[in-house]
Design a protein around this ligand. Structure first.
Ligand code: ADP
Ligand code: MG
Length: 685
């Protein structure tokens, strides 16, 4: 095969999927280094976007710059002073002037090379921190910049420098043709986008912020469009399958058994779900509801209807603990109707597991509750017809797809306490319907929330002792597990502190993320059975745990947690009818934390809190998962590009309406990009 390094002639469109080894100066060794950055093909390389820029776009003078400001300044060298050696340091000093004849002293430590390269009488652009005082101006170790502009900064790996990257990218871009990878013309015109090649050239070396902005906008659009097209196609495939149509919609028998009456919101949401399941088109619904709004029972009721018709239901929970809890709830309600509810978790013994898999295959296990283990290929259902995921924001699209494969045309129900703005939900899930449980069960009191400094811990402890004496249970949450280099409270030391403070050792439990699932379960179980009064935990208890007698939660180093996370944690208490308390312990009281604490004390409405969270710090928490690298957009960022995503959602729909298989000539490149996009392990939410 011809290597592209011989393709010197322009006009040959190079396949961007070709290896970077076809570039001049990139051999096996360099290619290996690039692999560490997940760069294998030319396409990977040219879309390896800078993580930021050094702003040298403005030609400033000394007078424009404040003390300690970083700036790029054009300076003419007037004199090179003699190199000095002080101990093991070499000090090179150069006197220069700007265009207003302001004088500057440039100092280099241990860098005779730069010094030697500078010529008296010539003008260079220096970039660095400017130190100004009344008498003089100095710049220490500045970078010499070739042209004014924004200088890209890339994430690097050992053996690859900024310069290497800049050069290789430049070379690679040389092979990209203007027409290559173009979007349909009407889109470029409508949204004023520039072509792929220009956009890439600009993003890798913009002259100014305007160039950067237009380049970014064009690349983001392209990325989000492909993402939406890919998602919508997946959804279409799902929607074309025929789902089980529920016939018997009578919920009375089970509703009669509930120890409480449903809230109006619960009734409404159940109705919405049931209606979906009377159609051949698979249900695809997100049930959103604040912590404690009672989503589980909604899932139980829908599942009940499926079990009446002997159809299988699977419920997937993010943690073992939660799966067990759901197993208990579902069993409590459904076994009265002779329904077998099974628990499939990692900690099962081989034999138990084999038997259970057999029952699932035979369709005897009507309701199967589990964690990720439900994904395994060995789990084969007879007639899986309803799939429920709880707190799904921890699952990726891939996993979800995999799950859907297990039941052709299964109805899909997603439950989440994390409020997602409708617009975001739409673009992230495509055409997902949303129901909101926007009412709390009656009789719930506001959780009394307050802040204290760690100096008042004694008072907190005596309050806790009184609560325990009343038969209540307590959560302590610490940000760290083991004693470490930080000053954060950790669960191990905390347990010791409690023991020293007169709490009964036997009545204290501890859970954290490093424990085995089995151990965690045992502790949770004993807390649930009230063999323990106190549970000292990390945020593993954050999701979904429901212990009725737990009415106090103390969160140590509260400043370490996001608002939405604090709210989730607080939701662990106040689940019964007891007066509940949330005590935030923190000594870090800057303005930001004061505001957050004020919000926590003022409201217990999760939607309001996430709104505040957005306004206080941007959508950080909502996108927590994405920030941890689950979301592998190369350039788009839903935090700032939500609007663009919405537009792309619409345009993607239009494109697919006309050209479902992307066979039209104008969609040729989109098709390639979509494939590229979804062949990687792309995970969304
Ligand atoms: P979440 O929406 O956070 O998942 P759960 O489903 O765990 O909430 O419900 C929280 C608690 O409220 C459970 O103990 C549940 O039994 C109880 N509950 C649910 N619905 C009602 C209701 N309508 N009235 C009273 N208690 C309810
Ligand atoms: Mg729940």
């Amino acid at each position: 095969m011809l290597k592209c390094r011989y393709y010197k002639k322009r006009g040959n469109i190079v396949d961007l999927n070709e290896s970077i080894k076809s570039l001049k100066g990139v051999g096996d060794k360099t290619a290996l280094k690039y692999e560490k950055l997940k760069i294998k093909t030319l396409y990977d390389l040219i879309t390896y976007y800078p993580r930021g820029y050094i702003d040298c776009s403005e030609d400033k003078t000394i007078s424009d710059v404040e003390n300690d400001e970083k700036a790029a300044i054009k300076l003419k060298i007037v004199e090179k002073l003699k190199v000095q050696k002080i101990r093991n340091k070499t000090i090179c000093r150069v006197i220069a002037i700007d265009k207003l004849k302001n004088m500057v002293e440039i100092i280099y430590f241990n860098n005779v090379y730069i010094y030697a390269a500078l010529n008296v009488g010539r003008v260079y652009i220096f970039y660095g921190k400017v130190a100004k005082d009344y008498f003089s101006t100095k710049i220490t170790n500045p970078v010499v910049v070739k042209d004014l502009g924004l200088i890209p900064k890339y994430h690097l790996t050992k053996g690859l420098s900024q310069k290497n990257l800049m050069m290789n990218i430049k070379n690679a871009l040389y092979y990209v043709e203007k027409s290559q990878n173009s979007l349909p013309e009407y889109l470029s015109l409508k949204y004023k986008l520039i072509d792929f090649k220009t956009a890439l050239s600009l993003i890798h070396s913009p002259k100014n912020k305007e160039e950067y902005k237009i380049a970014r906008r064009s690349l983001v659009f392209r990325e989000l469009l492909c993402w939406q097209i890919g998602l919508l196609r997946l959804k279409k495939e799902q929607a074309m399958e025929k789902a089980v149509v529920l016939k018997n919609l009578d919920l009375e028998p089970i509703i009669k058994l509930l120890p409480f009456s449903l809230t109006n919101a619960q009734k409404r949401v159940v109705d919405e779900c049931v209606l979906d399941c009377t159609k051949e088109k698979p249900m695809n619904r997100l049930v959103q509801g604040d912590v404690g709004s009672g989503k589980t029972i909604v899932a139980v009721l829908i599942s009940y209807l499926f079990t009446r018709e002997k159809k299988q239901v699977a419920l997937m929970a993010p943690t073992d603990i939660l799966a067990r809890q759901h197993h208990k709830t579902f069993s409590d309600y459904l076994e009265k109707f002779g329904v077998k509810v099974s628990l499939l978790v990692g900690s099962l013994k081989q034999k138990e597991k084999r038997e259970l898999l057999e029952e699932i295959k035979e369709g005897e296990a009507l309701v199967v509750i589990g964690t990720h283990s439900l994904f395994y290929d060995s789990v084969i259902f007879k007639n899986l017809s309803l799939i429920i995921t709880d707190e799904q924001h921890r699952f990726g699209v891939k996993q979800r797809e995999k799950f859907l494969e297990k039941g052709t045309g299964a109805h899909f129900l997603v439950m989440s306490a994390t409020p997602i703005p409708r617009t975001l939900a739409l673009v992230v899930y495509g055409d997902l319907d949303i129901s909101v449980v926007d009412e709390r069960p009656k009789g719930r009191k506001e959780i009394k929330t307050c802040w204290v400094s760690s100096k008042k811990r004694d008072r907190v402890f005596s309050f806790v002792k009184k609560q325990i004496a009343k038969g209540n249970q307590i959560y302590f949450v610490c940000p760290a597990i083991e004693e470490g280099t930080t000053n954060l409270e950790d669960v191990f030391s905390y347990v010791r502190l409690l023991e020293k403070s007169g709490f009964d050792t036997k009545r204290i439990g501890m859970v954290h993320g490093k424990m085995k699932a089995q151990e965690k379960n045992e502790v949770m179980e004993s807390f649930l059975k009230k063999e323990k009064d106190i549970l000292v935990a990390t945020t593993v208890i954050e999701v979904g745990i429901d212990v009725k007698d737990a009415n106090v939660i103390i969160i140590e180093n509260a400043e370490m947690f996001g608002l939405s996370q604090l709210h989730q944690l607080r939701g662990r208490v106040g689940r019964g009818d007891k007066e509940a308390y949330c005590i935030l312990v923190s000594d870090v009281l800057n303005e930001y934390n004061k505001k957050r604490i004020a919000v926590m004390c003022k409201t217990s409405d999760g939607f309001l809190i996430s709104k505040y969270d957005l306004s206080l710090r941007g959508p950080g928490d909502l996108f927590g998962v994405m920030q941890h690298g689950d979301q592998n957009f190369k350039i788009a960022n839903l935090k700032i590009d939500l609007n663009c995503a919405r537009i792309c959602h619409q345009e993607a729909k239009e494109i697919l309406k006309e050209d479902r298989m992307l066979e039209k000539e104008e969609n040729k490149y989109i098709k390639k990009d979509v494939e590229r996009f979804f062949s990687s392990d792309f995970v969304v939410l």
